[in-house]
Design a protein. Structure first.
Length: 181
């Protein structure tokens, strides 16, 4: 005859301890819960905002970037290509390519025309975590990484986690082109 046990597992030892057979299930459960918590923590850390006050940090692609990049024409930064023979700066874009109330992204810059005849240029590197902005629409410069938005008028943040303005580069119109000033 076979003995059939009808008591719950916790009554087997009389001390309320789990039987040895369930120890593996408990260990697996603990490991899986721990791994899930670790993964969630990493995800939250990756999407968190940086509240540090340092001006240089590590960007999203692992490289260093500055929250205050050097202006175009300085010895440490600037557009590729030279200026023209009239003494103007490097050509950034043709005037005809920059829509009024909008802008374009060319090379390292976002060139905007917030109102007719007024041109501005900003660094295309988002001040939040160094991602390049990728779109100008509805009067906003947009970053795809964490949804920061910036004004086409002065580069100031208008939404998202970014708290600093895009670095501005002085520009002027020289003939049919917008050039660095």
């Amino acid at each position: 005859m076979t003995d059939v046990q009808t008591r719950p597992d916790t009554d087997l030892t009389g001390t309320g301890e789990q039987p040895a057979g369930n120890a593996a299930a408990t260990s697996r459960r603990v490991v899986l819960v721990g791994a899930g918590a670790l993964g969630a923590g990493c995800l939250l850390a990756a999407c968190g905002t940086d509240s540090s006050t340092s001006s240089s940090t590590t960007g999203a692609n692992g490289g260093d970037f500055s929250n205050d990049p050097a202006p175009a024409g300085s010895s440490t930064a600037g557009p590729k290509g030279g200026g023209d023979s009239s003494g103007g700066g490097a050509t950034l874009v043709a005037v005809a390519d920059v829509p009024e109330g909008g802008g374009v992204i060319k090379g390292d810059y976002v060139i905007t025309q917030p109102e007719a005849g007024t041109y501005k240029a900003f660094s295309k590197i988002c001040t939040h975590q160094g991602c390049p902005v990728n779109k100008v629409e509805n009067g906003q410069i947009k970053c795809p990484c964490h949804a920061s938005t910036f004004s086409i008028e002065d580069g100031s943040p208008t939404g998202g986690p970014a708290t600093k303005a895009l670095a501005e580069t002085k520009v002027k119109v020289d003939g049919d082109n917008v050039v660095s000033a």
